[in-house]
Design a protein around this ligand. Structure first.
Ligand SMILES: [Fe+2]
Ligand SMILES: [Fe+2]
Ligand SMILES: [Fe+2]
Length: 471
């Protein structure tokens, strides 16, 4: 089958002059010129989505951690690592229920599971692996971190403890919308003073006290002030060539986080990414395009992190209000990705995965002329994989039925007929490819699991320490 490639609408391209705000691709080497800090900053925003209505927890923790680090006079490198780890500290939390428990009170039970999951995810991703020990230790008391059993260097111990304190300060403030955070200052400092030398390092408590003496620290936590406060830290200002394998690893982390949100969609994003890459190759796209479409496939559903668990897991049909909430996820995906310079195309393709050629899709109501081949590939891969997966409201479908439904959707001008033809002709290859993505993924997870002994040790030791202190 020959595929007619659709031209990009409006000449949309990732090429351009970086000085004018665009990003130029280096055609001699496989990768993208990106500000890696900007990528991490914006992708970490999806972790905050888990708060649903309160979507700034990670950013507030990063803001407070940065303020403590500044007061302590940490060097630039140490500050950068602290800030990024604080943004990603809850990488192990995908469920809105679990998030609510973690930020609902100062003292919480069983906090170590998400530390371990976050550690495992980050340690398997080259550009983020250096942050994993800090994430693993962000609910461990100072007296445990300082006893030398956790194999952290002094800088890592200090950073993990700073994030822990910032996280608990935010937990004390969360849920109290009515009181100005500044009014809670003395009460919060009183709690932290009692924990000094035990849960928190005395130096960290003192640094927070000094930072908290400025009213501006508390005003900076407001939703409208926070983006302005964080803007100077949100990008590094330097563009480096990030290779496609590294970018794919980075995107896979966030694919895992969204897949972990719901047991019915476990592995969905990872499989869609793999199917996208294969379908793009079958459609004759070049290697760079294949890799970019794979990244779009991996990230297409990251907006689902903002959809409440109750809607994603509902076994019956969604009512009108639930459907309206659910349909927002593609818009959220687009909003997050479009903020990354160099990701403009990826944002378009990922955010358009529920659009239809006849204009009946969502959230932008695009139609055929607005949907380039790459967007159409993500849409076909998404439907193909979803039909093959059990959902709360139906069982996984056999291949014959999947072929039928895809054919119907192509005839109704929901999906691209050429791409559907390719998917039908190569259904077995695509299925194996989706499974292969999953298999490779499981290998990677088992490798990470063997590296997670450190975090397990933490959990066991910390549980013992807590029960000792409680008795
Ligand atoms: Fe947290
Ligand atoms: Fe979706
Ligand atoms: Fe999807």
């Amino acid at each position: 089958m020959t595929l007619r490639l659709t031209s990009r609408p409006g000449g949309a391209s990732a090429s351009g002059d970086p000085r004018r705000g665009g990003v130029e691709f280096d055609r001699r080497r496989p990768g993208m010129l990106l500000d890696l800090r900007e990528v991490v900053f914006n992708l970490s925003g999806v972790l905050d989505f888990v708060g649903v209505t309160d979507i700034n927890h990670g950013k507030r923790v990063a803001f407070l951690s940065h303020a403590i680090g500044q007061t302590l006079g940490l060097n630039r490198h140490h500050q950068a690592r602290l800030f990024e780890a604080a943004l990603l500290h809850d990488a192990g939390v995908s469920s809105t229920r679990e998030h609510r428990v973690l930020v609902s009170a100062y003292d919480i039970p069983d906090a170590y599971g998400h530390c371990e999951r976050g550690h495992d995810l980050l340690s398997g991703c080259a550009p983020l692996a250096h942050l994993a020990p800090l994430v693993a230790g962000h609910h461990s008391a100072w007296f445990e971190l300082a006893d030398g059993a956790h194999a952290l260097d002094p800088d890592q111990r200090l950073s993990a403890n700073i994030i822990y304190l910032a996280d608990r300060v935010d937990a004390m403030l969360t849920g109290d919308d009515l009181t100005d955070p500044l009014m809670r200052r003395d009460e919060i400092l009183g709690v932290l003073d009692r924990e000094s030398g035990d849960r928190f390092a005395p130096d960290v408590v003192e640094a927070f006290r000094a930072a908290a003496s400025r009213d501006a620290l508390w005003f900076g936590l407001d939703a409208d002030a926070l983006p302005i406060e964080l803007a100077p830290m949100a990008r590094d200002g330097r563009y480096t060539l990030v290779s496609f394998p590294v970018l794919t690893e980075l995107a896979s982390i966030f694919a895992h986080i969204v897949d972990a949100k719901c047991r019915f969609t476990a592995t969905h994003s990872v499989a869609v990414g793999a199917i996208c890459a294969r379908l793009a190759a079958l459609a004759g796209l070049n290697e760079d395009q294949q890799r970019k479409v794979q990244i779009a496939g991996l990230l297409h559903d990251i907006g689902k992190l903002r959809i409440p668990d109750t809607i994603l897991e509902k076994s019956g049909p969604l009512d009108a209000a639930e459907r309206a909430t659910m349909n927002r996820h593609a818009y959220y995906t687009h909003q997050i990705l479009r903020q990354i310079q160099g990701f403009e195309d990826i944002a378009e393709w990922a955010g358009s995965h529920h659009e239809a050629l006849d204009g009946s899709g969502y959230p932008f109501g695009k139609s055929a002329p607005d949907l380039p081949t790459e967007s159409r590939i993500v849409a076909v891969a998404d439907v193909f994989q979803a039909l093959a997966q059990t959902r709360p409201y139906r069982e996984a479908m056999p291949m014959a039925r999947i072929r039928e439904i895809l054919g119907d959707m192509a005839r109704a001008r929901k999906l691209d007929s050429d791409l559907v033809g390719l998917a039908i002709d190569h259904a077995d290859t695509l299925t194996a490819c989706g499974r292969g993505g999953v298999c490779l993924d499981q290998v990677a997870m088992s490798r990470r699991a063997s590296r997670s002994r450190l975090a397990s040790t933490w959990a066991a030791r910390s549980s013992r320490a807590c029960s000792t202190r409680a008795s």
